[in-house]
Write a protein that binds this ligand. Structure first.
Ligand code: NAD
Ligand code: ZN
Length: 666
């Protein structure tokens, strides 16, 4: 590359990166993946250095983002910087070497913290009172979002203990994965657009104009930096302790490391463990621990020289949309799905993603043939983030929603304010199949051997039309089916028969009533005690049950109003399914309010059975060990959760202790 070409490329890259910054920070609508962004940025930096082309306004020199016009702008007395980052271990060693060379000794230590994937926030406390909450913006000026910040429960309005006169605190606002999924479900039920990922939902929530709305969003906050008018130089470690003393929430997963080898070990551990955390992390941050050495090392215009972010494999990728097809749900909801050229995304191969609904496709203007950014929202669900280069000329035509069901050709309808199209034909084959699959699923009647393939054959062969027909099946009818031998046929018949023993709440759940999930089904069973009482209840009575709103009540009544549903329920009764609450469903209070974490395999229970036992006695099973954990239930070959529990002094129990506590036998 000659100088001329380098200049051209530098301009191209700057233009692209500036656009990407705007899309990412202002519009929360990135059009390239983080990894690609970081690669382009690294390329730009290389060229600028090699050809001496750096300018102060280059994206390599500036913190991305800008204050918005919707809020008052505040200046930050001490800049909020970005972090240099790397995806690679050698570069981490380079960082370590640089620090040692610049300081000229090795008397420093490192702090390793998780890198939370949310929004950077600055807080200011004067005489212990919260006086300001602001976004990072361009690092020098951000948005004053104090009113919104005050609604976040992890952020105290007053500091505790012996706080300094002025305290500047930095941290990350974020939304937990579960809460994110619920938030999106809630939005979808209300017909609003789903957020692409927890980070976007946090950034979006913080910029809402009505603080009451913000208060309803499950925003959490971790503090990780403290600047005070107190001169004494301290360490990051001490800062974390002080923050907690002042009443701020600090993530407990921080670790002091004497040398870079220990940092690598931490990284290896978090690469795996982070998936068990309730929130998203995109890496770890490695910081020189001591303030006095930080001062010596200083910063560039963009990032401190005393810290680096080690980023984990990006959870985004790009691929090409091959086709957009319609999927018919169990309740007739039509979901457009994009089929991709297979792409690796955070450890799995992704071939398709839900596009949610017609509006969503038009908003993102996704068309077959487009190259798109995909990512995993909440590390679970693949999603199309956006189309790359939407202005190119050779695109296919915009997506047009078909008017008829792809499976049964019934005309699609929209109910009320619903954003989704539906097929309301009760005989629509995919709906029939899915209702039966749902009926037999693990959390419903748990009929082993009745998976997708078998149900498909049973329906195609005309052996069953509804789940109630299952109980009429004879072994002889099963034998001709594919991969069905004498033994498997008998097993299936036995499994269908023993499903009659399942408790009432599972039967209610199995019916497949809209909005009636596992928890609601349990509440309905507890509230009404019998199927008959539930069937005869009106909306008002149903809505009297705590936790059940008018929407669910309406849906239950509607279900039992329909003749074909009543008929099915009648058949189920004739076959002897449980229509009354059983004694043993009553829960004990022995684990009331207790949080248990499981590790390793238990001698007599599967994880699912153990979870059910815990819940039956009023406890809750959580996935990761924290200060709030009451018991760690330890089985054979326990994982790292065991070490963590030891470290935190959590009570560790084995299966026999557990059974003692709840007063049950194997
Ligand atoms: N896809 C795109 O188009 C696009 C565009 C712009 C930026 N980006 C992504 O964003 C990155 C740059 O964003 P950035 O400047 O906000 O940097 P960053 O998010 O990579 O790192 C800096 C931020 O990390 C946060 N952080 C989280 N945990 C922390 C901890 N324990 N200690 C200290 N800080 C912690 C801080 O809020 C800080 O502002 C890029 O590297 C890129 O991956 C992507
Ligand atoms: Zn249909």
């Amino acid at each position: 590359m000659n100088e001329e070409q380098a200049k051209k490329r530098v301009n191209e890259l700057r233009d692209l990166l500036n656009k990407a910054n705007k899309a990412y920070y202002q519009d929360a609508q990135p059009f390239i993946s983080d990894k690609e962004f970081d690669e382009y940025l690294a390329e730009l930096e290389r060229l600028e250095n090699q050809y001496d082309l750096a300018t102060p306004d280059s994206p390599t020199q500036r913190v991305g983002g800008e204050p918005s016009s919707d809020f008052e702008t505040v200046s930050h007395p001490v800049q909020l910087l970005s972090l240099d980052n790397t995806y690679n271990e050698d570069e981490l060693n380079d960082f370590d070497r640089r620090v040692r060379e610049l300081l000229g000794h090795e008397n420093f230590t490192y702090m390793v913290e998780l890198k939370f994937d949310g929004a950077a926030i600055r807080l200011r406390y004067e005489n212990g009172d919260l006086v300001l909450g602001a976004t990072r913006g361009d690092g020098e000026r951000g948005d004053d979002i104090t009113r919104n910040i005050r609604t976040i429960r992890d952020i105290p309005l007053h500091l505790e203990n012996e706080y300094p006169g002025v305290a500047e605190i930095r941290g990350e606002a974020y939304i937990e994965r579960d809460a994110f999924v619920r938030l999106n479900e809630h939005r979808e039920q209300q017909g609003l657009n789903a957020f692409a990922n927890p980070r976007n939902s946090t950034a979006g929530s913080l910029k809402m104009q009505d603080p009451r709305e913000v208060a309803r969003r499950p925003i959490r906050f971790f503090s990780f930096d403290l600047i005070t008018d107190n001169e004494a130089p301290i360490t990051q470690y001490e800062k974390m302790e002080l923050l907690q003393e002042y009443g701020l929430r600090v993530c407990q997963h921080y670790k002091r490391c004497e040398e870079i080898a220990a940092v690598h070990a931490q990284i290896d551990e978090w690469k795996e463990l982070r998936h068990d955390l309730p929130y998203e992390t995109d890496g770890v941050v490695v910081k020189v621990n001591e303030d006095k050495y930080r001062e010596e090392l200083g910063s560039t215009s963009k990032a401190p020289r005393w810290a680096i972010a080690y980023k984990f494999e990006a959870e985004q990728a790009t691929t090409v949309v091959k086709d957009i097809r319609l999927q018919v749900g169990r309740l007739g909801k039509i979901t457009p799905v994009a089929d991709f050229k297979a792409v690796e995304l955070a450890g799995t191969t992704v071939k398709h993603a839900s596009l949610h609904n017609e509006d969503e496709i038009h908003r993102k203007d996704i068309r077959p043939g487009d190259r798109v950014v995909v990512e995993k929202a909440g590390e679970i669900i693949p999603q199309v983030v956006s189309v790359i280069n939407p202005d190119r000329d050779d695109r296919s035509v915009p997506f047009e929603m078909p008017t008829h069901c792809p499976a049964c050709n019934e005309e699609l309808v929209k109910l009320g304010e619903d954003v989704d199209w539906r097929c309301i034909n009760p005989e629509c084959p995919p709906q029939i199949r899915q209702r039966i699959e749902h009926f037999a699923s693990r959390d419903a009647l748990d009929i082993e051997g009745l998976g997708e393939a078998v149900v498909d054959q049973l329906v195609t062969e005309g052996l069953i039309k509804t789940y109630a027909d299952l109980y009429e099946l004879k072994k002889e009818q099963l034998l001709p089916l594919e991969r069905m031998a004498e033994k498997s046929a008998q097993n299936l018949i036995d499994a269908i028969n023993s499903s009659k023993e399942q408790p009432l709440h599972r039967v209610i759940y199995a019916l497949g009533i809209r909005f009636v999930g596992k928890t609601v089904a349990r509440d309905l069973a507890n509230g009404f005690q019998t199927m008959d009482a539930l069937m005869d209840a009106d909306e008002e009575t149903i809505a009297e049950i705590d936790s059940i709103g008018p929407k669910i009540a309406e849906s239950v009544v509607k279900f039992f109003d329909q003749e074909h549903n009543r008929q099915m329920v009648k058949t189920l009764r004739e076959h002897g399914l449980n229509f009354e609450m059983e004694e043993q469903e009553q829960t004990s209070q022995k684990l009331e309010g207790k949080k248990l974490v499981l590790t390793g395999s238990l001698p007599s229970f599967t994880r699912k059975e153990a979870t059910e036992l815990i819940e039956k006695h009023g406890g809750k099973r959580t996935s990761s060990v924290s200060g709030n954990t009451d018991y760690l239930l330890k089985g054979d070959s326990p994982g790292s959760k065991y070490d963590r529990a030891l470290e935190l002094g959590i009570a560790i129990i084995e299966e026999k202790d557990f059974l003692n506590i709840i007063g049950e036998k194997v």
